[in-house]
Design a protein around this ligand. Structure first.
Ligand SMILES: Cc1cc2nc3c(=O)[nH]c(=O)nc-3n(C[C@H](O)[C@H](O)[C@H](O)COP(=O)(O)OP(=O)(O)OC[C@H]3O[C@@H](n4cnc5c(N)ncnc54)[C@H](O)[C@@H]3O)c2cc1C
Length: 340
């Protein structure tokens, strides 16, 4: 274990020789993670499992980001995410920290996954039961049964290529994109999700029911790539779950994993600038003026915000600036919370 000396060594270590989840070595390299949403916390747990000393900096008064938990007048509101489609990714994080997800969090499968109510009062029970789903499709549009089978086969194809083969690729370089292009071509990824669904299903209710899932990740079915049909396959394969006690339990669970690994979460710690020296991030400066040195900085704040506001213009690449400036940004969602 004492052989770990450089960050590069740690990335290369086989799992069995990584440091125990009890804590990093005092002289282990330091990773600063900006943001304590699911992305930031997951990165932090992974880094800690590889032996880094990890500090997560969060500008709000509590962790969670889009999964922040609001308390008001005795009510508790999960601000954003509520359903979990790939539970094994959480199980993996718990395993990396030497623990078992089910010891800390109870995930329950939903049945049906969704109940879609149409404006004419009709309902579609969207579930993981293949027979019930076929019956629902037949009830709404008997002529679409064969098309539904074709749609599922194509969604499975997108799952294999888009999730299993490409799901963990960062697409950081043009080379990554070139390598992925045969798969994107085979999925005909230039089509919209709705166009792909409409090629198989004729009834408007079925088209809606089979393409709405991209809305869960903020994607408009009329414009996002049909690769997102993989969500349909994911749901059938792993089910749709919720965390008993609310999504906040998952956030708390991740924070306690990190702390059990010796990592630190600091709230009310807004990063004002990522310090860069000769193209390499060397630490961060907080709004309070405090400077924290780091061997690696992971920003899980929104990408455009990171480039525009946290990295000085002289350290940004021209093409990054153009991409960030030319992006079209939206507020994504407007949510009202009711305490009843
Ligand atoms: C209403 C809603 C419903 C959703 N439903 C689902 C769902 O059911 N299932 C699902 O899987 N997904 C769902 N999502 C999507 C999911 O919530 C997000 O994909 C996920 O939470 C994003 O996590 P993240 O860590 O990438 O970013 P965020 O959660 O946005 O975390 C970023 C964090 O960085 C912090 N930060 C930003 N700038 C700084 C700075 N300068 N210094 C320090 N900290 C900083 C922010 O305060 C924030 O805490 C939903 C989203 C919304 C909004």
């Amino acid at each position: 274990m004492n052989a770990f000396r450089t960050p590069e060594d740690m990335w290369e270590l086989p799992p069995a020789t990584r440091p125990a989840p009890s804590g990093p070595l005092p002289d282990a390299p330091h990773a600063v993670v900006i943001g304590s949403g699911f992305g930031g916390l997951a990165s932090a747990v992974r880094l800690a499992a590889k032996g880094w000393r990890v500090t997560v900096l969060e500008k709000l008064d509590a962790p969670g980001g889009r999964a922040y938990v609001h308390h008001q007048n005795g009510h508790v509101f999960d601000a954003g995410p509520t359903i979990i489609t790939v539970p094994f990714l959480f199980e993996e994080l718990w395993a990396l920290a030497g623990r078992k997800l089910s010891d800390d969090i109870e995930l329950r499968a939903l049945d049906p996954f969704y109940r879609i109510r149409f404006d004419d009062g009709d309902e579609f029970n969207y579930s993981g039961d293949p027979d019930k789903m076929r019956a629902e499709v037949r009830r709404i549009s008997p002529g679409d049964s064969a098309g539904y089978e074709r749609f599922m086969a194509e969604a499975d194809h997108c799952y294999r290529l888009g999730f299993e083969a490409l799901g963990d690729k960062a697409f950081d370089t043009v080379g990554d994109l070139i390598k992925a292009s045969p798969a994107i071509f085979r999925m005909r990824g230039w089509r919209s999700l709705h166009a792909m669904v409409a090629a198989h299903l004729k009834h408007p209710k079925l088209r809606m029911a089979m393409s709405l899932q991209s809305l869960l990740i903020g994607g408009n079915p009329f414009s996002v790539t049909c690769i997102y049909s993989l969500i349909n396959a994911l749901e059938r394969k792993y089910g749709v779950h919720w965390a008993v006690g609310g999504t906040g339990r998952l956030v708390q669970g991740l924070v306690s994993l990190l702390e059990g690994q010796g990592g630190v979460l600091r709230c009310n710690a807004e990063v004002q600038r990522i310090e860069v020296d000769q193209g390499v991030a060397t630490g961060v400066t907080l709004a309070s003026g405090e400077r924290i040195a780091a061997d690696i900085v992971v920003s899980n704040a929104d990408t455009a915000w990171t480039y525009r506001n946290l990295i000085e213009a002289k350290h940004r690449r021209h093409w990054t600036d153009r991409k960030v400036e030319n992006g079209r940004y939206s507020m994504s969602l407007f949510v009202w919370y009711f305490g009843t």
